[in-house]
Design a protein around this ligand. Structure first.
Ligand code: XIL
Length: 373
């Protein structure tokens, strides 16, 4: 008796194998920039290690998923201008070139900030605090030089970073102390002039105010709204406010995030999420002051367990559900890093693991876009 063997069509077999191969390599996943094409730009903070091609796994993730990128450290005052009158452009130029080659809109981060600034900036040759006029002159010179160099190439600048306290008052930074001179009338002067000069140098680049904890402190959001209103009252341009969103498994609440988005939108600016990551450790300091955060303070030895990764996925899904709901106001969502292996806070706070594979959180985020269609 003749047994009928099922016929195997070699062409179908090859097709099936070709479809399975990339799946095994984790490459069948959709690209985030396509998934969120109708919502907002998607990006990540890139470090110089990635930009110089020394981390091909991270480069592949960025190329596939991002249509915008922020320099993690390379455009900060300390990196560009660590000595008076001397600029080192190499790393920042490489970042902007990398973005150009890979079709990612580059974001400049940041012009005026109290952290990662050189020691000489606020001092004269004898080590004494410089005057208001001298500091304004240094600030103008820096903004003119840096914004001028990348004119027409950078999509937007974080003009002022982290000027607020948690209660919404202005942080008592050297910028406020020296330029504000303790006077209520002059308190916004450093912010105002930074936006004025950035606009004068490049009227076509977008100008942003950027800060952390806006999503969890209503008072801080109100402080950011006050900055926006002040700038507008002076006839100055501010295009958007960046909510950094360094979150955790327990914050922000959807209500807190929604309050920040809608309050800022009502003040007449676009909103961006500029430094998204979610630490899994729930104890301890919540904010993102770089003086108080290091990998030891945020890392969590259980971060990669399935239980914690499920909670991470749920938190990401909750945040993205709010973001897609308010897509009319939101122009960009940028992760602070590309994959867990290169995150500034350690642990497992991003969408891709240390082997460059998409995590449960990645698929949870993708689902929020599909559900919003
Ligand atoms: C962080 C970088 O990720 C670290 O590599 C660096 O050592 C310290 O700064 N808010 C900001 C970012 O605006 O510039 C900070 O970036 C994270 C908090």
């Amino acid at each position: 008796m003749r047994i009928n063997r099922p016929k195997v069509n070699i062409f179908i077999l090859v097709d099936v194998l070709l479809a399975v191969a990339p799946c095994i390599a984790g490459q069948d996943t959709p690209a985030l920039k396509d998934v969120f094409e109708d919502h907002f730009l998607i990006g990540g903070a890139l470090n110089r290690w990635l930009v110089s091609g020394r981390n091909p796994g991270a480069v592949a993730i960025a190329q596939k998923h991002f249509n915008t990128a922020t320099a993690e450290n390379e455009m900060k005052w300390q990196s560009l201008n660590s000595w008076p009158n001397q600029y080192n452009w190499q790393a920042a130029d490489s970042f902007v070139d990398f973005c150009g080659k890979n079709k990612m809109a580059p974001i400049g981060h940041c012009l005026v900030w109290h952290s990662q600034v050189p020691r000489w900036l606020f001092r004269d040759d004898s080590g004494n605090a410089i005057t208001r006029d001298a500091l304004l002159a240094r600030m103008k010179d820096h903004i003119t030089t840096v914004v001028g160099r990348y004119k027409g190439r950078v999509k937007g600048w974080d003009v002022v970073n982290e000027a607020l306290n948690e209660n919404g008052t202005l942080r008592n930074s050297q910028w406020l102390q020296i330029i504000g001179e303790g006077s209520e009338d002059k308190k916004y002067d450093f912010i105002e002039n930074a936006f004025r000069w950035a606009h004068e140098v490049d009227p076509n680049t977008e100008l942003y105010y950027n800060d952390y904890s806006l999503e969890s402190s209503k008072a801080k959001t109100d402080g950011a709204v006050a900055i926006v209103k002040h700038l507008k009252s002076k006839g100055l341009r501010i295009d958007a406010v960046g909510i950094q969103l360094h979150g955790s498994l327990t914050h922000p609440s959807p209500e807190g995030l929604e309050y920040a988005i809608t309050s800022l939108a009502d003040a007449g600016v676009k909103v961006m999420v500029t430094e998204l990551d979610i630490r899994t450790r729930t104890r301890g300091y919540r904010g993102a002051d770089i003086g108080r955060i290091n990998r030891r303070s945020t890392s969590d030895q259980n971060a990669t367990t399935p239980e914690i990764q499920k909670k991470l996925a749920d938190k990401y899904a909750e945040i993205f559900s709010v973001l897609v709901k308010h897509k009319e106001y939101i122009t960009r969502v940028t992760f602070w890093g590309v994959y867990d292996g290169a995150s500034w806070i350690g642990g497992s706070p991003l969408l891709f693991d240390r082997s460059y594979q998409p995590k449960e959180a990645f698929f949870a985020v993708v689902k929020t876009a599909q559900e919003s269609q």
